[in-house]
Every structure is written in structure tokens, then in C-alpha cells.
Design a protein around this ligand. Structure first.
Ligand SMILES: *Cc1c(COP(=O)(O)O)cnc(C)c1O
Length: 480
């Protein structure tokens, strides 16, 4: 399998070449040349596989430069009951007939980003070891990404992490999760500023090409294809669980079509749901992909109107589902590329010229096909919706959900369709966003035992001014 850029660059690359890279040389995102197709016989064969082996089967369709035995070993080392808390790895929980939650948040940092980041950590260690190279990961986080990256990279050979975050602005639990890590290769940098300042610093350091090369600076942000393909696996795993037949006998030959399911996905950067789009494009029988946003409704606006309009920082709201507080959706370009029949020149024009010049582009002529051909529908959820949904779910189903999952569930309900199971992706556990749980339920969320008292552990964090030079100095001093 070879990879190409969404902006039409002529180069084609193998998986391990793009693994450690961010953007393509022309500023586009990498996608496979085509989506491998799975048929009913393959689905039947995969249905009974343990999660790690399912991951291996799917990944091996996209990775041809890691020997099969090594790749299988990496998958089995990553997706264990010990790390993810259950044999199913992503267990399905039935709320009511036809409505399920798929638990993606029982990994080390209690958010779905662990699903991909844990694999990325093992892939990085493997590939860097094979090349005899080192990598210094520089990132910016407002919470979930940074902790997932640190827990995935801690103790890994050849990798250091320098993670910037806005000083004092993450939730107390998120701060404790990151700052209590004592691994020598993990460095927490609390920047005196806001999240945008952290992102600006990462950008400035990455644009200093001499520094970047000398210190081998890399990233782990959500545009990394390896993260995306890792996420494809749980769409298959969710499908298999929701369509499990009570009677284990195989369907008779010619017994009609495969059953379909729909997924509802709380979305900000379009990373998670883009993996659903890939799974559907591979032939997984997905009816609808329901995209749920919070008040930052860039994507809902697009799927309703065809207009993609990025927001300024004044129009980007701080909400109670903060991991979806985005001004633009960094993975969205991948879907636009497919929607425009993979016309790289047109994608380059839209994203490199029209968007920077006008802050928007208009695909109202094409967006109907996002629904009819690609199954997308969308909706928006507000703080009041989250609080009501958390309360209702707790009262009726004795199930506590987090604020992001609540956005997904709220929007899912408006697209329920009899006979098609709806799977809502649970993207974090409530303990990460305790304040809104208290507001909705008048009680603290449950805390998994392994996180008891983490706020009291010693902290390892360095406070730095919002200044790229200060961060560069810190990196240079810690790379010896
Ligand atoms: C990152 C995150 C999201 C948004 O996912 P995207 O794929 O970036 O849109 C939703 N919920 C939680 C809890 C997250 O951490």
C-alpha cells in the first residue's frame, strides 16, 4: 500500500516513511492510494477474532513494510486486557433496544485517544529502533492529547516527549495525570499563556528547520495516519458486537444482506469520525455516520450547508466538552479529498488558497453527496443538552457518561432509525470532567481505583514564558 497527499503532490510513500512525518511536503495530509475492500466472507472470518488480532488483520492491509510477525506482536503487546481493562478492549454497553455505548475510554488516560496513541508508542519504538534513530516529540495540549501521548511514550527507547500546556488551565485531574509522571523521557512544560500560545510555539519551533533537524523534532498530532488507521479497528469491533446473533449458527447461503449499524461520534478535529469514514469506505456495513459537535459547530455547519467556515479565536467558545473546542477541523481535508473524487488540485486550491484568503469555502453543490454517498449527518449539542443528557442517562440507565459522550448521545437520538442499531462512541470517562457531572447529578463521578489520590503525588512540571526560544533552550538542555 502506498500513500499520497491530499494536495496532489506526485510522491508516493510507504507506511513507515509517513509514520514519523507530519504533513506531506505540499502541506496536505496522507491517505492510502485506495481503501482495501472487505467482503462478507472476510467479515465473517474476523468476527470472532480477539481485538489485537482484528487490529493486525486491518493494519496489515495498510502496512507492507513491517514483517507480519512483528506487526502481530506489536498489536498483541498494545491491546491487552491489562492496559484496557477488559477482554473485549472496547466493550459495548446496551442502553436500550437499538442504542449502545461503545467504551473507548478505559485505557491509561481514560479517553479514546489511548486507542491509537498506545499503538503509536509501540510503532515509534519499533521503527526508531530499526533505524537506530531518536525522536523528540513536541506537542501542545489542552488536556486529552498530551496525557495520551505521555502515557504512550513513557519509558519508550529513542523517544522523548516535550508537552506544552497552558499553565493552570487544564482540569485538576488532567494536570495530575500528566504532571505525576516520573519517567525521565517525559517533560511537562506549563506555558504562561493560553492553548493558542502553546500551538504557536510548536509551530514556530517546527518552522525553525535547522533546529528541527538538529534535534529531530516530531509530533503525534491527530493528522498522523497511523493514529487514524488504529481507530478504524474499533468501528469493526463495535459492528461485530452490535450484530452478534443470539443463535451462533452461520446465516444460510444467500440469506439477504448484511445487517447495518450507525455510529454517532462526538467531533472536533474530525479525527475519530474520519476513521469511521475509512471503515465505511472499506465496506463495513455502516448506515449513518452521525457527527455531533458542541457549540463550536464548524462541522455541523458544513454538513448542513456545504459551507466550511473556520472561526477566529473570538468565536471559539470554551465549553464543558473542551476536547471539541476547535476553530477548524484539522483532519477534515481528508474527507473533502474523497468527496471531491480525490481531485488533489482542487483540494489544494480550497485549503491553501481560498481558505487562507477568505476564511471559508463553499461546497454546497457537493454536500448532498456527503449524506447520500458517504452516510454523514450532523447535529449540535449545547451545555444545557449535555447536562440534561447526563442526568437522563444516569436516572434511566444508571450509567454515568462524560460531557463529550453526552454530545454524541444527544445528537444520536435525533437520527434513531428503527431496525438499525445506533452505537454512540464513548470518548472519555466522567472523572476527567468532574465539574459538569457535579452540576448535572449533584455528586462526584466515580473514580477508577488506580487514580485514587493522584492529585497528591509530587509534580514534575517546568513553567516557561510563552516564548519559542525558551522552549528551544529547554529542549536543547534536555537532549544530551
Ligand atoms: C479528542 C476528543 C474528542 C474529539 O475527537 P476528534 O476526533 O479530534 O474530533 C472528543 N472527545 C474526547 C473526550 C476527546 O479527547
Amino acid at each position: 500500500m502506498l500513500y499520497l497527499s491530499t494536495r496532489g503532490h506526485p510522491d508516493r510513500k510507504h507506511f513507515c516513511e509517513i509514520l514519523l512525518e507530519g504533513l506531506a511536503p505540499d502541506g496536505g495530509l496522507y491517505l492510502p492510494e485506495h481503501y482495501p475492500q472487505v467482503d462478507a466472507a472476510t467479515l465473517a472470518k474476523w468476527r470472532s477474532l480477539p481485538y489485537a488480532d482484528l487490529a493486525f488483520e486491518i493494519l496489515s492491509l495498510y502496512i507492507d513494510d513491517i514483517p507480519a510477525d512483528d506487526l502481530r506482536a506489536i498489536c498483541r503487546k498494545t491491546y491487552t486486557e491489562e492496559v484496557f481493562g477488559s477482554r473485549e478492549i472496547v466493550p459495548l454497553k446496551k442502553l436500550e433496544d437499538g442504542l449502545y455505548l461503545e467504551a473507548l475510554s478505559n485505557g491509561p488516560t481514560l479517553a479514546f485517544k489511548d486507542m491509537a496513541m498506545q499503538l503509536l508508542g509501540n510503532l515509534f519504538e519499533y521503527e526508531l529502533g530499526r533505524r537506530g534513530e531518536e525522536l523528540n516529540i513536541l506537542g501542545a495540549t489542552s488536556g486529552d492529547t498530551g496525557s495520551a501521548a505521555e502515557y504512550a511514550m513513557r519509558g519508550k527507547k529513542g523517544v522523548r516527549v516535550f508537552m506544552t500546556s497552558p499553565n493552570g488551565r487544564m482540569s485538576p485531574f488532567q494536570q495530575a495525570q500528566m504532571f505525576s509522571l516520573s519517567d525521565a523521557n517525559i517533560h511537562n512544560l506549563a506555558i504562561e499563556g493560553v492553548f493558542d500560545d502553546c500551538q504557536d510555539i510548536v509551530k514556530a519551533v517546527s518552522n525553525d528547520l535547522a533546529f528541527k533537524r538538529k534535534y529531530r523534532i516530531g509530533t503525534v498530532n491527530s493528522i498522523n495516519w497511523a493514529r487514524l488507521v488504529a481507530q478504524v479497528v474499533y468501528y469493526f469491533a463495535g459492528y461485530f458486537q452490535a450484530t452478534r446473533r443470539p443463535d451462533p449458527s452461520p446465516p444460510a447461503a444467500g440469506e439477504g444482506e448484511l445487517p447495518k449499524v450507525s455510529f454517532s461520534v462526538p467531533s472536533g478535529n474530525f479525527g475519530n469520525i474520519c476513521a469511521g469514514h475509512v471503515a465505511r469506505s472499506m465496506g463495513l456495513p455502516i448506515d449513518r455516520l452521525v457527527l455531533a459537535t458542541n457549540e463550536n459547530d464548524v462541522l455541523d455547519e458544513f454538513f448542513r450547508t456545504g459551507v466550511y467556515r473556520v472561526r477566529g479565536s473570538q468565536d471559539t467558545f470554551e465549553t464543558s466538552s473542551p476536547s471539541m473546542d476547535i476553530s477548524k477541523a484539522s483532519n477534515f481535508e481528508r474527507f473533502v479529498f474523497d468527496l471531491l473524487a480525490r481531485d488533489g488540485a482542487r483540494v489544494r486550491y480550497l485549503f491553501a488558497e481560498e481558505l487562507p484568503a477568505k476564511g471559508r469555502f463553499d461546497l454546497s453543490g457537493e454536500v448532498a453527496r456527503a449524506r447520500s454517498q458517504y452516510g454523514f449527518v450532523s447535529g449540535k449539542s449545547t451545555h444545557a443538552d449535555r447536562v440534561a443528557t447526563i442526568r437522563d442517562t444516569y436516572q434511566r440507565f444508571a450509567t454515568m457518561i462524560d460531557t463529550h459522550t453526552a454530545d454524541g448521545l444527544k445528537v444520536a437520538r435525533s437520527f434513531a432509525s428503527a431496525g438499525t442499531p445506533m452505537i454512540v462512541l464513548e470518548t472519555a470517562l466522567p472523572i476527567k470532567f468532574a465539574a459538569t457531572i457535579v452540576e448535572a447529578l449533584g455528586r462526584e463521578p466515580d473514580r477508577p481505583a488506580k487514580f485514587a489520590g493522584i492529585e497528591d503525588l509530587p509534580r514534575r512540571v517546568t513553567v516557561l514564558p510563552a516564548d519559542a526560544a525558551a522552549v528551544q533552550q529547554f529542549i536543547a538542555a534536555h537532549c544530551a
